[in-house]
Write a protein that binds this ligand. Structure first.
Ligand code: ADP
Ligand code: ZN
Length: 752
């Protein structure tokens, strides 16, 4: 099977279409297209299915194979216009080629199931409309003869626009309405009702007005406005320290775009984790609330259907959503804003494995609209693009309120461990007394516990030494089953040392503790403090996150303990202390981005402190106080960090100086997963383009997940396309065992 270049059928040659049948079973079948019918991907069609008929969505137009002879034909085209716009379709094509996945899977993402399925259609209601009011005499007569009709007429007479839903006219109004309709006094109409996801009114939205911008913000806004006037705008990277007022710039830029009659797409890392950012957009545009669409992951199918069509029709002028909102079918797109562009939640971890930020940049270039990527800690990919002049950079180096950046202190936990003679300490003396001080002064604190990665590296609690690969400069992963240390980039193996290679201490052990443990310890150390915890476990209850954040905001909580969930964009003016308990944990995972992630995390978490009138303090606990990620974060020095990190990336050919992909095989059968990947490895080696560096077959760091064994190969190359093409070609000619799943992840963000 080969996909046609042009997915429009009906140019005379015989073509087939691949149709995704509506319904929960997600069946996909090929059909022939009858002569004279013009079908494109994204069109809705009616097809025969067994002895019945069904509706479905065309996923792709495909060239017929010999064996397809006698295929059943599409019965009818429901709508000649595809549901996807041409620009989105082009994007789909690009995604399929770049990430090496079928166009089918991309179309599924482009068109949410709620939109494809026939069951979801617009919700309608019947309304009674007053056509003309009888004169007083006739009314009087009616009051005597048909009191019900009389009542309805008077209600409609006083109703806004002289109309009212039939259901609201009370039970048994139907007969009277029929009579009124017959006499030509009332008309019954059908109108669409929107299923409004916000209708419950959980948060009352209070309007906000634009702030007077400071000089830096004004310059940033002007750069964006200028970009709006450009024929093919260059992406703008807005590099602004935490609290520099980036959001205010987004809001005013969005307003300017709306004023020009265009629409705005706002991407955030995760809706539920960025409640404050979403609320700020909602309140700024409170006056036009029905023109704002927030795409939550928990919309009902009906709500999703309505929101999608509201967006498509141009009724919603601002769309806020996570990754998949990048496909929102906004017409007249004027501006895309990508907040916290460095976040790896923008990468989809299931097929199609696209990167939301990168697709947003692509969409902006297709739609010729402006795009702003904002962050205090930009990804090195985006930073590299500013250096090679593909992006324009605009900086905000000061906090918007004129406050200085918080003071960051680094605590060497090796000394704490020595004091305690034994296992790793959780709370240093310095952090403990800082917490006590805050409690006395009635100020609030946040304790951050890093949960990224697993305690799978070997680190000495005495000297902080971490066993690293001599070839790749990443931490070696500890494999308990066979007592080995393995490099997950190149395959280098080492035996597990009996004592620390650095300080000869035998206490080299695995470490790690959870938020619950921290809460327990803290409750003992600070018995008077009110403590709450935010992590995936504690937040399982609906609205738990919102409630806890609100309680923290109104100072019902003194100390908030949290994981990555609290690292993003929160703004609490009374927080003067942020403690980072285990800054190292993310540093020694087998991922070349470990240093970058750690720098970002510390900088972002530290940015939660001192956002009001009070000066903030940050205490970073670490076993490796001299690690560049920690030292540069301590000084809020992005330039310093990026300069040295870029050097490391360049040396080893890691992104942004090339692309890195992971090929994973997983199965319930360990041998079969490994063997399949070894077969693929052999074939990948044949005719390997010289540009591609092929890694070895290795167990994944998470060797066993969801009951399946996982093996992986890391591939690197300067150019993305040849790498995808080479892997796709090998996959196409290799038949895989049924119980082995092989996944190709281009520009992988996760190596676990
Ligand atoms: P960032 O998104 O860069 O972290 P925010 O937009 O959250 O920063 O701004 C931090 C704080 O500064 C917010 O409370 C915001 O209301 C305030 N702020 C932003 N711009 C201004 C301004 N021009 N004048 C006064 N306060 C501002
Ligand atoms: Zn290595």
């Amino acid at each position: 099977m080969r996909l046609g270049r042009d997915w429009r059928a009906g140019h005379g040659e015989a073509v087939n279409v691949r149709v995704l049948i509506d319904g929960p079973s997600e069946l996909v079948f090929d059909y022939a297209v009858p002569a004279g019918m013009s079908v494109r991907a994204g069109c809705r069609v009616r097809v025969p299915l067994r002895r019945k008929h069904a509706t479905g969505t065309v996923l792709a137009v495909v060239e017929p194979a010999q064996a397809d002879f006698g295929l059943r034909e599409v019965e009818a085209l429901i709508d000649p216009e595809p549901l996807v716009t041409p620009a989105l379709l082009r994007m789909g094509e690009w995604i399929a080629g770049y990430y090496g996945c079928g166009i089918e899977t991309v179309i599924r993402s482009l068109l949410p199931e709620a939109v494809r399925s026939e069951e979801n259609s617009a919700k309608t209601r019947r309304v009674a409309v007053l056509v003309k009011s009888p004169d007083a005499e006739a009314m009087e007569k009616l009051a005597r003869r048909a009191p019900r009709q009389h009542v309805i007429l008077s209600i409609l007479n006083h109703a806004p626009e002289n109309r009212m839903a039939v259901t609201e006219l009370g039970e048994g109004a139907n007969a009277a309405l029929k009579a009124l309709e017959k006499s030509g006094l009332v008309r019954i109409e059908t109108e669409e009702v929107r299923r409004d996801p916000e209708a419950e009114g959980l948060d009352e939205v209070v309007g906000s007005s634009p702030l007077q911008l400071n000089e830096g913000q004004q310059a940033a806004l002007e750069a964006i406005l200028q970009s709006l006037e450009t024929e093919t705008p260059m992406p703008i990277l807005l590099l602004g320290v935490t609290g520099s007022g980036k959001t205010e710039v987004y809001l005013q830029a969005a307003q300017a775009v709306l004023d020009r009659g265009k629409t705005v797409l706002v991407l955030v890392p995760e809706i539920s984790l960025t409640p404050q950012t979403v609320r700020r957009f909602k309140s700024r545009f409170a006056a036009m609330q029905d023109k704002v669409a927030v795409l939550h992951s928990h919309l009902s199918q009906g709500e999703r259907f309505d929101e999608w069509h509201r967006i498509r029709k141009g009724e919603a002028r601002i769309v806020i959503g996570a990754r998949s909102a990048v496909f929102a079918p906004l017409p007249d797109l004027g501006l895309i804003l990508v907040d916290e562009e460095h976040e790896n939640t923008y990468k989809q971890e299931s097929v199609p494995r696209y990167h939301g930020r990168d697709v947003a940049v692509l969409r902006a270039s297709f739609e010729k609209c402006a795009i702003v990527l904002g962050s205090a800690t930009p990804s090195l990919e985006s930073w590299h693009n500013t250096q090679s002049k593909k992006y324009q950079v605009v900086r905000l180096d000061q906090r918007a309120d004129g406050q200085s950046m918080p003071m960051v202190r680094v605590v060497d936990m090796r000394l704490e461990a020595a004091k305690r003679k034994g296992g790793p300490a959780m709370l240093s003396d310095k952090l403990r007394s800082a917490l006590e001080q805050r409690l006395e002064k009635g100020e609030q604190s946040i304790l951050f516990l890093n949960r990224r990665g697993f305690a799978r590296s070997l680190q000495c609690p005495q000297c902080g030494h971490v066993c690293q690969c001599p070839h790749c400069a990443v931490a070696l992963t500890y494999h308990r089953s066979d007592e080995r240390l393995v490099c997950h980039v190149c395959g280098h193996q080492a035996i597990v040392p009996r004592k620390c290679p650095e300080c000869k201490d035998p206490a080299i052990i695995l470490q790690g503790y959870g938020t619950q443990k921290v809460e327990e310890v803290l409750a003992k150390v600070l018995p008077a403090a009110k403590i709450a915890r935010i992590d995936a476990d504690a937040m399982r209850r609906k609205h738990a996150l919102r409630d806890t954040l609100n309680a923290f905001k109104s100072h019902k909580i003194d100390v908030l303990i949290g994981t990555q969930m609290i690292a993003k964009g929160l703004h609490f003016p009374n927080v003067t202390l942020v403690g980072i308990l285990n800054a190292d944990l993310g540093l020694h995972i087998p991922d070349f981005r470990a240093g970058e992630r750690t720098f970002q995390l510390i900088t972002q978490v530290a940015g939660r402190a001192g956002r009001g009138d009070l000066i903030g303090e940050v205490i970073v606990q670490t076993f490796t106080p001299h690690s560049p990620s920690i030292q540069f974060a301590r000084r809020h020095d992005f330039d310093g960090f990026s300069e040295q990190e870029m050097e490391f990336r360049r040396q080893f050919g890691f992104p942004p100086f090339g692309h890195c992909a992971v090929l994973t095989a997983r199965s319930n059968h360990e041998r079969r997963a490994e063997f399949t990947l070894q077969t693929l490895h052999l074939r990948l080696k044949e005719d390997l383009p010289s540009d591609i560096t092929l890694g070895e077959v290795l167990p994944s760091p998470l060797v066993r997940a969801h009951g399946q064994y996982r093996f992986q190969i890391t591939l690197r190359s300067r150019q993305a396309r040849p790498l995808t093409r080479h892997v796709q070609a090998v996959l196409a000619k290799t038949s895989l065992p049924e119980d082995v799943t092989v996944v190709f992840d281009m520009d992988a963000q996760s190596f676990s």
